[in-house]
Design a protein around this ligand. Structure first.
Ligand SMILES: [Zn+2]
Length: 374
């Protein structure tokens, strides 16, 4: 199985210069190739691109050799991919979108796809033609053969995404419980049927407020000025920070459920339907539910969990988790669920418990059962 781990790098100023040079060489080579093969007389093919690269580009731009030759060489593969997608879309009669030139400071990156060209040992990363080793913020999460590395720059920081071929993934062995229901909410991010609550993130809210302020700041500065550039970088950094804050909570939650339970029952979030309710829609996109579900499914596969998606018409909130009767007039503002059977329970916890039992015969809300117990 191939797994990727993205790690922040801690380059020294000299190493950062190398990384910038590599990003620049790759971008330059990519753009040169694209310019050459954009004209009608030069039809794109990988072999003619390689000829052009060897006979024209490399001799003409001697400074390509200051970084690993693979940095520029791999730009051919990248552009080949871009062209493949372009031709596929043309064939499918979709909006085609010809490959575009890469711009400086926009998704800067370069890749080394040959295992001899880089090496990871502990928290140190070796890259071809860089004499010193770059420190990484953490060690690789997976053991196995490293296959390729993509180094990217975002908001002034450097990241390495390392692809590892690994035989098996052994999470820490914990005595896992059989099932859990997860209710995603507005007030809290998620409530679990065992009572654990993952709160909505206050720090994130604070950051979002701050973002509004500094975005205004940018528009006040003169276009093209240094001050505007600095203000823009500030905004980019905060955006990045916010997306990290979001991801951190989602990772915590998805880690927790996939480590502790064999079967995880979640709701089928019909986000489109929820857009009708504006406030709800906003908090849902803030919480990143789409990405949360992806993470739970992905980690669930690694840890051998069964992920059950409850039918979206399953009345998880309206059903009493004790007797199974359904309350028709439950509104969003009712935070506590009261049932005639005597149950008084937090609304989200009630929903989570119902999800936990989703699919079990005992919670089929049939007329008969409801009558018997209530
Ligand atoms: Zn009841």
């Amino acid at each position: 199985m191939l797994l990727a781990h993205k790690i922040e790098l801690r380059p020294t100023p000299a190493q950062a210069i190398y990384l910038d040079k590599a990003c620049g060489s790759r971008r330059h080579c990519y753009n040169q190739l694209l310019a050459h093969f954009s004209s009608k007389e030069n039809k794109w093919s990988k072999s003619s691109a390689y000829q052009y690269y060897i006979k024209t580009l490399r001799p003409q731009f001697g400074w390509y050799t200051e970084v690993s030759a693979r940095v520029t060489r791999n730009a051919i593969d990248d552009l080949d991919n871009a062209f493949k997608h372009f031709f596929r879309r043309v064939k499918a009669k979709q909006k085609a979108g010809f490959p575009r030139f890469k711009r400086k400071d926009v998704k800067d990156s370069f890749a080394l796809r040959e295992k001899a060209k880089f090496d990871v040992k502990g928290r140190l990363l070796r890259i071809e033609k860089l004499k010193t080793k770059i420190k990484m913020r953490q060690t690789l999460r997976f053991e196995g053969q490293t296959k390729q590395i993509t180094i990217s720059k975002r908001a002034g920081k450097y990241f390495a995404s390392i692809l590892v071929e690994t035989q098996q993934y052994n999470p820490k062995d914990i005595n896992r419980q059989s099932r859990v229901g997860v209710d995603f909410g507005i007030k809290e991010l998620a409530t679990l049927s065992n009572g654990v609550v993952f709160g909505s993130n206050q720090k994130l809210k604070a950051s979002l407020n701050k973002l509004k302020k500094i975005q205004k700041n940018v528009s006040r500065k003169k276009k093209g000025s240094n001050r505007r550039a600095r203000a823009k970088l500030k905004v980019a950094k905060l955006h990045f920070h916010i997306s990290n804050q979001r991801q951190a909570v989602l990772h915590q939650l998805s880690d927790y459920v996939t480590r502790h339970f064999d079967r995880i029952v979640i709701e089928d979030l019909n986000v489109k339907g929820m857009v009708k309710n504006h406030k709800l829609a906003r908090s849902i996109s803030d919480a990143g539910f789409g990405s949360l579900r992806q993470q739970i499914e992905y980690k669930g596969r690694l840890r051998n969990c069964e992920i059950v998606i409850a039918n979206r018409f399953f009345p998880s909130s309206k059903t009493c988790s004790a007797c199974g009767s359904i309350k028709k007039d439950l509104s969003l503002s009712d935070r506590t669920y009261h049932c005639d059977c005597g149950l008084e329970i937090d609304r989200d916890l009630n929903a989570a418990i119902n999800l936990k039992h989703y699919g079990e015969d005992t919670l089929q809300p049939t007329e008969k059962r409801t009558k018997e117990i209530c």
